[in-house]
Design a protein around this ligand. Structure first.
Ligand SMILES: Cc1cc2nc3c(=O)[nH]c(=O)nc-3n(C[C@H](O)[C@H](O)[C@H](O)COP(=O)(O)OP(=O)(O)OC[C@H]3O[C@@H](n4cnc5c(N)ncnc54)[C@H](O)[C@@H]3O)c2cc1C
Length: 429
């Protein structure tokens, strides 16, 4: 151990600092800024979008109910989709049924996915964040926080110019690994709540020059067709036991992921009809880690909740994707665990961490059983969670209360007025 003491230059003072510019963080920052807050957004890579861009992950998984009859996610997710479609970088999910060629050869829970191009999405997100008046800090990684009691006063960040501080009245942790929550003293756990084992990781890669008709008739490795004919995102190889907060584990996992990507690509070319002339166009720059830390919050969403759809008075979003939990030891390939409800809601309390008053958490790390998180962890779900957190932050600043204590009806009405969908199971026919 070494002790290191230094003074930090201040990047600025804000109402809300959002850490992490992935699907959850972008939506949290935009919602907070549109609600009137002065917002900073710190992202450790050079682009917004998280797994959707740096991770090359796609398509956006379903934003409809389980049976694909009606949309259950709206709000900023809808805007992102519409703008990416308008920019020529996505196909609208309304026109993508589970029987379409965009669902790989999987049909279960794959109704109305959104095929998109990661490069075009990056520029759409840049535009939306800058239009909202957010101060964006790329290449800026949260490393620690300064706290007074249960209040975070500043985030310590590593920038290209060295360590610096961002002061804010409130923080929203969208790091995808609860980095802020953990440093602020919020209790967390990794992976499965009993075994501590996370879902496996995957390094995505993209290929082109594929004969779509031959591939889609015959199956083989799992690959998702992008908006452009013959171009695919490949999600078919696993790296087990990667711990997102352990630098040696992530380094070894990324190297193994690269090797497996090449092996998969070589096997595709050798064995799959339509892939004879395939070219590997890019490998993701960031390893896709499905699961890291989860926070302990005021309520833990359970598998039972996802399956039975109880009424929550503080519901802030609706979701309908199944519990997509990849085998933690590789004995099973992929797999959905149990039948989830046609749709269910998530209570705001899952975003409110224990032990820190001016922090909300959004995205895949909210308080939920690991298997339950297997459902909402996909990108439309994380965007809806981010929008709820950002909206709550803006309301609480206006009312002068802690973000976890906002009047729920204010939050729900504001979300709905902005296009979010919060269904009520008591009204289910
Ligand atoms: C292999 C794999 C396949 C998947 N397949 C699909 C799919 O087909 N469809 C789908 O919809 N979803 C899929 N998902 C799920 C989905 O991509 C993620 O769960 C989702 O992106 C999580 O959103 P998030 O905003 O919580 O986190 P992330 O997308 O991980 O974003 C977190 C952001 O925070 C940044 N960050 C992290 N730490 C720090 C820090 N300390 N300081 C500053 N910035 C930081 C990261 O760089 C990143 O931009 C998949 C995930 C994986 C890993």
């Amino acid at each position: 151990m070494r002790t290191y003491t230094t003074s930090l230059p201040l990047l600025g003072s804000y109402d809300v600092a959002v850490i992490g510019g992935g699907p959850a963080g972008v939506c949290a920052a935009i919602a907070a800024a549109r609600g009137g807050a002065k917002v900073a957004l710190a992202e450790r890579t050079g682009m917004l979008g998280g797994m959707a861009t740096a991770g090359l992950v796609g398509p956006f998984m379903t934003c409809y109910d389980r049976d694909g009859k009606f949309p259950v996610v709206g709000g900023i997710f809808d805007e992102i989709v519409d703008r990416t479609v308008a920019a020529g970088g996505a196909l609208h999910p309304a026109g993508i049924p589970d029987t379409s060629k965009y669902s790989s050869h999987i049909t279960k829970y794959h109704n109305h996915t959104t095929p998109f191009d990661s490069a075009i999405l990056q520029t759409v997100l840049d535009d939306m964040v800058l239009e909202a008046g957010i101060e964006l800090f790329l290449y800026t990684q949260f490393v620690d926080c300064q706290c007074e009691g249960e209040t975070i006063t500043a985030a310590v960040v590593a920038t290209p110019g060295g360590l610096a501080a961002i002061e804010a009245k409130q923080f929203i942790d969208c790091s995808g690994n609860a980095d802020v929550a953990e440093k602020a003293g919020v209790p967390t756990w990794i992976g499965h709540e009993e075994s501590g084992v996370p879902q496996p990781a995957t390094l995505f890669f993209e290929i082109d020059n594929i004969d779509d008709e031959k591939y889609l008739c015959r199956g083989g490795h799992k690959a998702y067709l992008k908006p452009e004919a013959g171009c695919y995102k490949v999600n078919d190889q696993r790296v087990f036991g990667v711990i997102a907060s352990d630098v040696r584990s992530v380094t070894a996992g990324h190297i193994e992921g690269r090797k497996k990507a090449i092996e998969t690509f070589t096997d595709m070319r050798a064995t799959m009809p339509g892939f004879e002339n395939a070219r590997m166009t890019q490998v993701a720059s960031v390893l896709g880690i499905r699961e890291g830390r989860h926070i302990k919050g005021r309520y833990m969403l359970t598998v039972k909740d996802v399956c039975e759809n109880p009424y929550f008075a503080d519901a802030i979003m609706t979701f309908g994707y199944g519990m997509d939990v990849h085998s933690r030891d590789g004995k099973m390939k992929g797999g959905f665990h149990g039948e989830s409800a046609d749709w269910y809601t998530i209570p705001f309390r899952c975003l409110v961490p224990l032990g820190c008053g001016n922090l909300l958490v959004a995205g895949k790390t909210i308080c939920a059983e690991s298997q339950a998180a297997g459902s909402f962890r996909v990108m439309p779900g994380c965007m809806a969670l981010g929008e709820a957190a950002g909206t709550a932050a803006a309301i609480s600043l206006r009312l002068g209360c802690q973000p976890g204590d906002v009047p729920i009806t204010d939050l729900q009405e504001t979300l709905k007025a902005n296009g979010a969908i919060i269904l009520d199971p008591r009204e289910q026919g």
